[in-house]
Design a protein around this ligand. Structure first.
Ligand code: ACM
Ligand code: ZN
Length: 540
């Protein structure tokens, strides 16, 4: 374009012609650039008569149903943060051009569905559920120019949209590294901006226990702090000897859960058991097979110190912990981990062996299954559904468990074939701690999951019998933070792969198109810029 300008500039003969062509090109570029939505909607039409509606600080939001107020509030927060102004909200249906949020009553509302219409009357978002209006607002946000200090001119467009999967999740490990409340909220905003609806909050780890439990204060007085962290890639070149830690008070947890709820995001807490429990054991050593001493781990990996499966005090402790955790989270799901639990200490522990004998358990896998099933009974008695990583299949699946399939698709397939709901999180495609580039462009845990691979993911396994497809609730990006010590590194690892995953989870399979996604990503990276988010610029 610049070259074109220079060549033509001194040629008077072509000047009129040039400006005409240039204007057309700019208009076309704007129209194309402005309708660049991720995840791609189900249906999107540009009417024959091109036109624009401009939002100014005088444009009203007509809240035709008071229940849609959180959507209006999100839009105003976004406008304020990015463009520096907010819009008046009128709790009625007005006649002047403006932004209309409408609730449509139907016998069987489709969760998350909405329509969005932009014409000379302004913008109308119509939905059958509150979430639908919120997702309509996310689309509207993506119709705004991805630049500050510009007219908020929106092309006439008509969108019909609804999600493909009911579980569209992102996970964050706050155990390996701790992230402040402000960043957790930002992360929740990123989830919202991608029309995703679950935040899996991995709250306990070998390297730190991160949630206040009033009955067991040592969990955070002791378990939230480690004596330093290894330097560099595992096993490290030494320990930095910097005391490291942090935790969320129950008040902060409530604040975060409420923040998420206003964005139609459910927070699923994960309290790890029986493995990944070094921090808890350090605080309360009698809960381990040997009685300790234990330490909050300064290094990464899998540790053989785990909760004793033969000691009833462990179950009392974990039930007490859940008694404080469950009321903080309205989620119907609670995650109990269940992954990577070495069985060495159980094999030589008299209490664990006695439990095995008393319950006719064949091996330590069945002992783990006993452990998990006992916890599931408790969780179900509180009206909640238990989620576990796919290791909970070993030794027999708990009767009502939802399985998170991470070591590939097999766990998900087996569980779905047994009639269980599953959430797909295979390391191969959606572990966002894996390298995005080759050679690796930052310190990462390993692996290689370029953007295109995440985009190519299909959550419903090809080999699953179609009658079981309904058990695949959706999928989730997992963000393990051994090598993400600060928020901008998390952003660097999730973007743009999270945008790809959002399309996998939201858009109909048949509208997914890599080349088209790549084009739309050009605008998306400008949005990352508006949000002040770091991202990987050399995605491939
Ligand atoms: C896992 O990545 N250990 C669930
Ligand atoms: Zn034991």
């Amino acid at each position: 374009m610049l070259l074109y300008v220079r060549i033509r500039f001194n040629n008077q003969h072509y000047m009129k012609h040039f400006w005409f062509i240039a204007c057309l090109q700019v208009l076309a570029a704007c129209a194309l650039a402005q309708v660049s939505i991720i995840p791609q909607p189900v249906g999107l039409k540009m009417p024959g008569s091109a036109g624009n509606f401009s939002i100014t600080s005088k444009t009203s939001i007509y809240l035709e149903d008071a229940r849609l107020a959180p959507s209006a509030a999100f839009l105003n927060d976004y406008l304020k943060q990015i463009y520096g102004f907010t819009l008046p909200v009128k709790k009625k249906a007005g006649t002047a051009p403006g932004i209309r949020l409408r609730h449509q009553t139907t016998a069987s509302p489709r969760e998350g569905a909405y329509t969005l219409q932009v014409d000379n009357q302004g913008i109308a978002i119509t939905s059958e559920t509150e979430q639908g209006a919120f997702y309509g607002i996310q689309t509207l946000i993506q119709l705004l120019p991805a630049a500050k200090n510009t007219t908020l001119s929106i092309p006439f467009v008509s969108v019909t949209d609804y999600p493909r999967f009911q579980y569209r999740g992102m996970h964050l490990d706050v155990g390996r590294h701790f992230f402040p409340v402000e960043f957790v909220k930002k992360y929740i905003d990123y989830i919202a901006l991608h029309k995703m609806n679950y935040f899996h909050w991995h709250l306990t780890e070998d390297q730190g226990w991160r949630i206040e439990i009033k009955k067991y204060p040592r969990l955070t007085q002791v378990g939230a702090w480690r004596d330093g962290t290894i330097i560099g890639p595992y096993p490290g070149t030494g320990n930095d000897n910097i005391r490291y830690g942090g935790f969320y008070t129950q008040k902060e947890v409530k604040e975060i859960v409420q923040y998420a709820a206003q964005r139609y995001i459910t927070v699923v807490p994960e309290i790890e058991m029986p493995g990944h429990s070094s921090a808890a054991l350090t605080a309360y050593p009698h809960l381990g097979c040997t009685g300790g001493p234990y330490k909050v781990q300064p290094t990464w990996g899998v540790f053989k110190e785990v909760f004793c499966a033969g000691n009833d005090s462990v179950f009392t402790f974990l039930q007490d912990v859940l008694d404080e955790v469950l009321p903080l989270f309205p989620s119907k799901y609670v995650h109990i981990g269940g992954d990577e639990c070495p069985k060495e200490s159980w094999k030589v522990c008299p209490k664990c062996q006695a439990r095995k004998t008393a319950n006719n358990l064949k091996d330590e896998h069945e002992l783990q299954s006993y452990f998990v099933q006992r916890m599931e009974k408790y969780i179900n008695s509180k009206g909640k559904i238990m989620i576990g990583w796919d290791e909970i299949l070993e030794g027999g699946l708990a009767p009502n468990a939802v399985v998170m399939s991470w070591r590939g698709e097999k766990g998900g397939i087996d569980a779905a074939n047994q009639g269980h709901d599953v959430i797909m999180t295979p390391v191969s495609h959606v572990y966002l701690d894996y390298a995005q580039a080759k050679p690796e462009d930052s310190l990462v845990i390993g692996g290689y999951t370029p953007l295109k691979k995440t985009y190519s993911y299909e959550p419903v396994p090809a080999e699953l019998d179609a009658s079981k497809n309904k058990h695949v609730l959706g999928a989730q990006g997992n963000v393990w933070t051994e090598y993400m010590g600060y928020p901008s590194k998390v952003e660097y690892m999730i973007f743009p792969r999270m945008s790809a995953l959002s399309e996998v989870l939201w858009s109909p399979r048949e509208v997914r198109n890599w080349e088209d996604f790549e084009k739309r990503l050009e605008m998306q990276v400008l949005r990352y810029g508006l949000w002040g988010a770091n991202y990987n610029k050399k995605f491939e």
